[in-house]
Design a protein around this ligand. Structure first.
Ligand code: HEM
Length: 427
């Protein structure tokens, strides 16, 4: 998948054969769909089950949301949302703020060039490992970070467990990460039982403290571990890609950058020196979030959604046979000129009134329906906090003029996006 040819190939396929066509994916007959009606059909249908590359289940574990449906999916998703809902997330802005400042101080400040993508990955990992698993900075966090990278490398690999394959390295990393999460889970359980820890400290503590109607732990330890690993994986590359592509875009769009700087300076004016951002500050970053949404429209980290038909099912007069896959190309809809006027133009103002100007389900960067991304608010918080400090402290120029990216299957800019940095103000 080189130089975003996948996006182009999907667009050509849909232009040639229309919004419903056939192909073979992972050796399985697959219906390719695009458009708002297809988005609604796929995201809301209970006759289509989530399908993912076979290697990912063995890396993440069988009890994660990826493999669950119906009541089990609702129970675990509900538990995860107990942590990821805005009321809870409000409690964590200070910690995200501290991680972002530390990251900038360690990795950006005093440098003349940096490579953005690996740094954004490091930052998102630091934030999610602190808030989802409760790991402080140190060796255990670093080891989990290395294992997470290895796990991600094997997610779409051929699932053959032979020595020296990406898949076998991923499985080993997954076993190590699982052992670490198991130790952390048992330790937190002990502390919670002795009333020696807060149930709201992180996702694992929150999941451990949820009880069913009989007063028993709602989720088993295995469910907690598998879903902890899944949340780490789901939250790592996605948010770092968003922030990387925002940096790439802002380098060549002084008007958007100036509007963002203005928004953040207004917020900073009312803060004491070194005071952390709070929920109210984030609620004022409306323009910045529109810039993020527009970035996700043009370069969605998740460019397609895969499902499997549980029974024969009809869409717009076509029968999709039981067992077939459905691949929903979300990026093709995002770039459809009949829905988004001048789709290649970067225009954050589209998001001022998106629902009145586009058909429902046109914008699906975070999915939709019962599997809509539960980490959306979390990703929003991380992105807004990072952008607040970045645009106030730095100016930058791209080292590579070529404006392309590869998909593998997540998008990544050329050479990880090296930039020349200029320091604007100090921390
Ligand atoms: C810019 C950042 C992000 C983007 C673009 C994104 C996108 C998505 C999309 C499109 C889906 C739906 C996939 C489908 O229907 O098959 C999804 C699901 C999911 N995301 Fe995100 N995500 C982001 C950040 C996060 C974060 C930070 C977390 C965790 C803290 C997270 C956790 C999850 C989980 C657990 C699911 C599975 C939900 C389910 O199956 O019920 N995501 N995400």
């Amino acid at each position: 998948m080189r130089a975003n040819t996948v996006d182009r190939w999907l667009r050509d396929q849909i232009n040639r054969y229309g919004p419903v066509s056939k192909l073979s994916l992972f050796c399985t007959p697959t219906v390719l769909l695009a458009g708002p009606a297809a988005n609604k059909f796929v995201l809301f249908s209970s006759a289509l089950h989530l399908r993912h590359p076979p290697s990912s289940q063995r890396i993440i574990g069988e009890k994660s949301l990826l493999d669950l449906h119906g009541d089990d999916h609702r129970r675990i998703r509900g538990a995860i949302l107990e942590f990821l809902k805005p009321d809870m997330l409000k409690l964590y802005i200070g910690r995200i703020d501290a991680e972002v400042r530390h990251h900038l101080q360690e990795n950006w400040y005093g440098r003349t060039t940096v490579t953005v993508m690996p740094l954004m990955k490091r930052l998102t990992f630091d934030v999610i490992s602190a808030l989802l698993v409760g790991l402080e900075r140190g060796d255990a966090r670093d080891a989990l970070g290395d294992d997470l990278v290895r796990m991600l490398e094997g997610m779409v690999a051929i699932p053959v467990n032979l020595p020296f394959t990406a898949f076998s390295r991923s499985l080993k990393a997954s076993r190590r990460a699982r052992r670490l999460l198991e130790r952390i889970t048992l330790d937190k359980k002990d502390k919670l039982e002795q009333d020696n820890a807060s149930a709201n400290k992180d996702l694992i503590s929150r999941l451990l403290s949820l009880l069913n109607d009989h007063g028993e732990q709602l989720l088993t330890n295995e469910e907690i571990i598998d879903n902890g690993i899944h949340a780490l994986i789901a939250g790592h590359d996605t948010t770092s890609i968003l922030m990387t592509f925002m940096v790439r875009h802002l380098a060549n769009d002084p008007a958007t950058l100036a509007a963002m700087v203005h928004e953040h300076e207004e917020i900073a004016k009312k803060k004491a020196d070194r005071e952390a951002l709070d929920w109210e500050d984030l609620s004022k970053m409306k323009f910045t979030w529109r810039v993020a949404q527009e970035t996700l429209r043009i370069v969605p980290p998740v460019f397609g959604i895969l499902r499997r038909a549980l029974e024969d099912i009809e869409f717009e007069g076509y029968c999709i046979p039981k067992g077939w896959q459905v691949f929903l190309s979300t990026n093709v809809t995002h770039m459809d000129p009949s829905i988004f006027d001048e789709p290649a133009k970067f225009d954050p103002s589209r998001f001022e009134s998106l629902s009145s100007t586009t058909p429902p389900c046109s914008y699906v960067a975070f999915g939709g329906g019962h599997r809509i991304c539960p980490g959306m608010e979390f990703a929003k918080m991380e992105t807004l906090v990072m952008m607040h400090y970045l645009v106030r402290q730095f100016r930058w120029k791209l080292c590579n003029k070529e404006n392309t990216f590869v998909r593998d299957p997540m998008p990544s800019p050329l050479h990880g996006l090296p930039i020349k940095l200029e320091h604007y103000t100090s921390l």
